[in-house]
Design a protein around this ligand. Structure first.
Ligand code: SF4
Length: 474
């Protein structure tokens, strides 16, 4: 039970500093169909999780029922005085898109029903209700494997209202994939990234430095490739240094002297080098898994590694470009003198045969107040998109205004949400596309992958729902 705090005092404010309230929900235990990856712990809980970790305990309390988990998280956030109007749902546990399809639909419907506070007769009705309800789903994230991002998986994810997909990439090396029993290839990563990007999803990669048969040099070289090669270029990262967990093949290797994890110093040194190469358009969501220490056999156990890194990088004034480091909410933690004069800056880059426009609202110190990801797919994709609604469409893959989350309709006194910044970013994106359409006549409309609960916002800007996307002709 979380003790109530004094009125208006927000407990653990970092949780909602990025502008939305994240709610994790865990599906029931089920083994991955390809087998078990060598480093992945197998307990009587969802694959890759350990008993006694907070999300597992919460899920067990509700018998892995999505409705119960969401309902109780909303209550907990309210007790902590966090806003609960704009919810980001994150589905945890195994490979969700590998579960029986019926289970997937039921689980997702439970999420929307809990947000709506009412059980609807179908997922479609639950989603419709969520467009105007109090707890709106503004983003929904599914974690998957590179071989579970096929066209049929993508269609289903769109039907669920999913806006972000995180794929377990770990390292770009087929030999290592084989050794650790990933049962997919680097080419699967390339194909998944291409399909997801052309469907408008925001793409996150999970990366694991320190896997068997790697070295800090190899990890860094392949990490750099993520941003050099246009086939990858993820929007977000979760970096999970390899730990030797109980009940894994790696534990056997470690005990037989065949594998040695990196030391804390090696891990820290490598992470600093990695942070230096992460470009402006990428956000590092997390560093380190939250495993309970009693199940870690060897490897880094320092759960506050991210904070340590932040401190070192800021103290040494190492220039870091990645998003989270520059977000207004976090920047304010380290300085109370933030220049509020904002300008829009556009970074253009190639990814998966298309052109990406990363539009940022920044001040002169490059502190980030908001961003928009705009994609102009290749001529081939514009003309022959496998998703018919996306034929001739430029894509808005993300619109995000940073700062402490506030409730819908409330005014923010500081910098951040509800100051018309979203509209400015949208206007800029429309201008870019209109200009591009002069030389690319195949572009005839803009399509936004929108969380169900943001549809109303886009309607006000002249967009209409076309099956899964909010669209507008240009
Ligand atoms: S795919 Fe993920 S959850 Fe499944 S065994 Fe491998 S690491 Fe574990």
């Amino acid at each position: 039970m979380i003790p109530p705090t004094s009125q208006k005092e927000v407990r653990k404010p970092t949780k909602t500093l990025a502008g939305v309230t994240p709610v994790a929900v865990m599906c029931s235990p089920r083994r991955c169909s390809h087998g078990v990856c060598r480093y992945c712990p197998v307990f009587d809980v969802p694959q890759s999780y350990t008993p006694a970790s907070p999300p597992v305990l919460r899920a067990i309390r509700h018998n892995y029922d999505s409705y119960g988990q969401i309902e109780s998280r909303l209550k907990a956030f309210e007790v902590m005085h966090h806003p609960t109007d704009k919810i980001e749902i994150i589905i945890l546990g195994g490979t969700f898109l590998d579960y029986p399809v019926e289970y997937q639909y039921e689980f997702i419907k439970g999420i929307y029903d809990a947000l709506n506070g009412k059980k609807s007769s179908s997922l479609e009705k639950a989603k419709k209700l969520n467009e105007k309800t109090r707890h709106r789903c503004v983003a929904l994230c599914i974690e998957t494997r590179p071989d579970f991002a096929r066209d049929e998986d993508i269609r289903r994810a769109l039907d669920f209202g999913c806006t972000r997909m995180e794929i377990g990439v770990q390292i770009l090396d087929d030999e290592i994939y084989k050794h650790i029993n990933r049962a997919h290839t680097v080419q699967d990563v390339v194909d998944a990234t291409q399909r997801l990007r052309n469907a408008g999803f925001k793409i996150g990669y999970h990366i694991m430095p320190g896997l068997p048969k790697s070295s800090p040099e190899k990890d860094l070289k392949l990490f750099k490739l993520l941003f050099k090669d246009q086939k990858f270029k993820p929007d977000q990262l979760k970096i999970y240094p390899t730990q030797v967990m109980q009940n894994t093949g790696l534990e056997k290797d470690f005990k037989a002297g065949r594998f040695k994890p990196y030391t804390l110093e090696q891990t820290q040194e490598l992470l600093i080098k990695m942070f230096k190469v992460i470009p402006e358009y990428c956000r590092t969501m997390r560093v380190m898994r939250q495993f309970s220490p009693e199940h870690i056999v060897a490897g880094t156990t320092r759960i506050s590694l991210r904070q340590d890194l932040d401190k070192i990088l800021r103290e040494k004034k190492i220039p870091i470009k990645e998003i989270r480091f520059r977000e207004i909410g976090f920047a304010q933690k380290y300085s109370n003198k933030i220049d509020k004069k904002i300008k829009l800056k556009v970074l253009e880059y190639q990814a998966n045969q298309g052109k990406e426009f990363f539009i940022q609202a920044v001040n002169k110190e490059n502190v980030l107040f908001g961003l928009l990801r705009l994609r102009l797919p290749s001529k081939e994709s514009l003309e022959n998109s496998v998703i018919s609604e996306l034929k001739n469409a430029a894509l808005i893959r993300e619109l995000h205004v940073y700062g402490q989350a506030i409730n819908l309709g409330e005014k923010n006194k500081g910098p951040g949400q509800h100051k018309g910044l979203g509209k400015k970013l949208m206007k800029k994106a429309e201008e870019i596309i209109k200009k591009e359409s002069k030389t690319n006549p195949e572009v005839k409309k803009i399509a936004i992958i929108s969380g169900i609960g943001v549809r109303e916002y886009y309607k006000k800007l002249g967009y209409n729902l076309d099956k899964y996307y909010m669209t507008k002709n240009i």
